[in-house]
Design a protein around this ligand. Structure first.
Ligand code: DLZ
Length: 196
């Protein structure tokens, strides 16, 4: 059985964790692995201090749909946050022109600080696996760069069902990569705030 290596833990805690807003979007193919990976991500996010109410979970049919859904989630949250900020500005200036709006960083209308895109692709007997894997990972990289939002690659590209389960934490000595993705999301979201 090949070794599954996990990344070294980040060296510092992340003080912004409680105010981070994180999206998770997952495909539904290979459901047992997906459920375990989503749970693993949620576990790592909340263990790092992210509030459960600040995590939005959405699903799509398959991994092919992940780049589009990730892009739409990021864009929709940004649009909602802008109009909420505009509404708040006009409401507060009507009531008291000298007042300034308070922080809404963890409000439901805040933009996402990171999105984890989760899918499980298992090689079959046709070329589907190669086409979907390639398009999906390149699409997700593009969404992250174009939106300036960290997109965490939570896509397993497994050659067998056993490999997929091993990396989803299912079975003896298995490692749940979803936990790594949750930690990566907190680290990248926090550092991106610091780099702003
Ligand atoms: C069609 C398909 C196949 C064969 N295998 C997988 C898979 O292993 N994992 C996955 O996430 N999705 C798979 N899909 C579905 C496609 O990603 C997509 O949902 C459909 O082609 C509809 O666009």
């Amino acid at each position: 059985m090949p070794q599954v290596h996990a990344p070294a833990a980040p060296t510092a805690p992340f003080p912004h964790a409680a105010s981070l807003r994180i999206g998770i979007v997952h495909a539904r193919w290979n459901g047992a692995c997906i459920d375990a990976l989503v749970e693993g991500s949620l576990k790592a996010l909340t263990a790092a201090g992210v509030q459960r109410d600040n995590i939005v979970v959405e699903s799509v049919p398959g991994s092919w749909e992940l780049p589009h859904a990730t892009a739409r989630m990021i864009a929709a949250a940004q649009t909602q946050a802008s109009s909420a900020a505009t509404d708040l500005m006009s409401a507060t200036s009507l009531l008291d022109p000298s007042s300034t709006p308070s922080s809404t960083s963890s409000a439901p209308s805040a933009p996402f600080d990171a999105v984890i895109s989760i899918g499980v692709l298992i090689k079959g007997s046709t070329m589907h696996f190669e086409y979907i894997s390639d398009a999906c990972v390149h699409g997700l990289m593009r969404v992250g760069l174009d939106s300036n939002t960290p997109v965490i690659l939570g896509v397993l590209t497994a050659l067998t069902q056993e490999q997929a389960e091993q990396r989803s934490g299912i079975g003896k000595d298995a490692h749940n990569h979803g936990e790594d993705w949750g930690s990566a999301a907190v680290e990248m979201a926090s550092k991106t705030k610091d780099w702003a």
